[in-house]
Write a protein that binds this ligand. Structure first.
Ligand SMILES: [Cu+2]
Length: 294
C-alpha cells in the first residue's frame, strides 16, 4: 500500500470527492448558525471569503484548489493553520516526505513533525468540496495548500480571529472518530450511537501527535490480517471499494464536525503521518482500524 504524508499529495486513485459533497438532512440546527467561509485558489494565490472573524465555530468550504503537476500530483488540499511562524513551519514540511526505512530520512521526519507540532496548530483541511466546522480561538491564521506552498507553487492567505466570542457549538453528528494514545502508540476509536445514517462525522484528536483521517470503504471480507499484510507490501490492495473520506492534518486537542454522507458498509481508518517517536507512518505502527458503518 502506498503511504501518504500530509494527505494532500498522492493516493488520488482512492479519492472520490463526490462523497464529501453529499450532505444528508441538516439535523438539529445549532443555536446560531456559524459563518460560512469559503477558501479556494485564484491562480497560485489562496483566497478566503472573509479576512477577519470572531472566535467561535466557523464552517469552512473548500472551493477550487491548486493542482500539483507530476505522477504523484493532483489537486492539493487546503488547510487551516494558526501560527506566528509560518516560514519556519513551511520550511519543515519537506522533511515529512522521506522514505521512513532510511534512518536519516526518518530522523528528518521526526524533527519536521516536532517542529510543526510546536509552532503551529492545524485545524483540519480537505479537497475541493469538503465542508467542516471547527471552533477557532483568537489568533493569527492562514488558509494554505501545504504541499503546494512548501514546493513554491502556491501562496497562502492570512486571516485573523479576534474580538468577542460567538457560538462554540459544532453541528450535530451521527458518529465519532477519535485519535487516541501516547506518542508512538496511536490508535483509532469509532462509535455510531443509535446507528443512524451518517451525514456529519465528528473527528477528535485526543492524542499527542498530529493525524489525518483516511476513511476508505473496503470489502466486507477484509480482515485485520489482510490490512497488516497490505501495509507491508508495495502493491495496491484489492479490498478498497471506492467510498473514501480524506480529512487532512489536525493537531492534538482539535475537534471538527465534517459534512460527509457515508454509505453503510465496512471502512478502514488509517493515518500515515510520521510519528514523533521514530518517523514511522502511524498506520505502520498499528494506527489502523476496520469499522462497520450502519
Ligand atoms: Cu497519525
Amino acid at each position: 500500500m502506498r503511504t501518504r504524508l500530509w494527505a494532500g499529495a498522492g493516493a488520488l486513485a482512492l479519492i472520490t470527492t463526490a462523497l464529501t459533497t453529499i450532505g444528508g438532512p441538516a439535523g438539529a440546527a445549532p443555536q446560531s448558525s456559524p459563518p460560512v467561509v469559503t477558501i479556494a485558489f485564484s491562480g497560485d494565490q489562496a483566497t478566503i471569503s472573509q479576512a477577519t472573524m470572531r472566535p467561535g465555530v466557523v464552517e469552512f468550504r473548500v472551493g477550487k484548489t491548486i493542482v500539483i503537476p507530476g505522477d504523484q500530483g493532483g489537486p492539493d488540499t487546503l488547510s487551516i493553520i494558526r501560527t506566528d511562524h509560518l516560514d519556519q513551519l513551511l520550511a519543515a514540511v519537506p522533511g515529512l516526505f522521506g522514505d521512513p526505512s532510511d534512518p536519516a530520512a526518518a530522523a528528518a521526519a521526526v524533527s519536521a513533525i516536532r517542529t510543526i507540532h510546536a509552532i503551529g496548530t492545524v485545524y483540519g483541511g480537505g479537497h475541493k468540496g469538503m465542508v467542516w466546522q471547527v471552533n477557532l480561538p483568537a489568533g493569527n491564521y492562514y488558509a494554505i495548500a501545504v504541499n503546494a506552498t512548501a514546493m513554491g507553487l502556491a501562496q497562502p492567505v492570512a486571516f485573523t480571529v479576534a474580538g468577542a466570542p460567538r457560538n462554540a457549538v459544532l453541528h450535530s453528528t451521527q458518529a465519532a472518530v477519535r485519535a487516541v494514545g501516547t506518542v508512538g502508540h496511536n490508535h483509532w476509536e469509532f462509535d455510531q450511537p443509535g446507528g443512524r445514517a451518517i451525514s456529519w462525522l465528528r473527528f477528535t484528536n485526543k492524542s499527542h501527535e498530529l493525524h489525518f483521517l483516511d476513511m476508505a470503504g473496503v470489502d466486507p471480507s477484509t480482515t485485520n490480517a489482510m490490512v497488516k499484510k497490505a501495509l507491508n507490501s508495495p502493491a495496491e490492495p484489492k479490498f478498497f471499494t471506492g467510498p473514501n473520506l480524506n480529512f487532512d492534518v489536525m493537531s492534538p486537542g482539535v475537534t471538527v464536525a465534517i459534512k460527509a454522507g457515508l454509505p453503510a458498509g465496512k471502512y478502514l481508518l488509517t493515518c500515515f503521518m510520521p510519528s514523533e517517536s521514530d518517523g514511522m507512518p502511524h498506520a505502520l505502527m498499528g494506527m489502523y482500524k476496520l469499522v462497520d458503518v450502519k
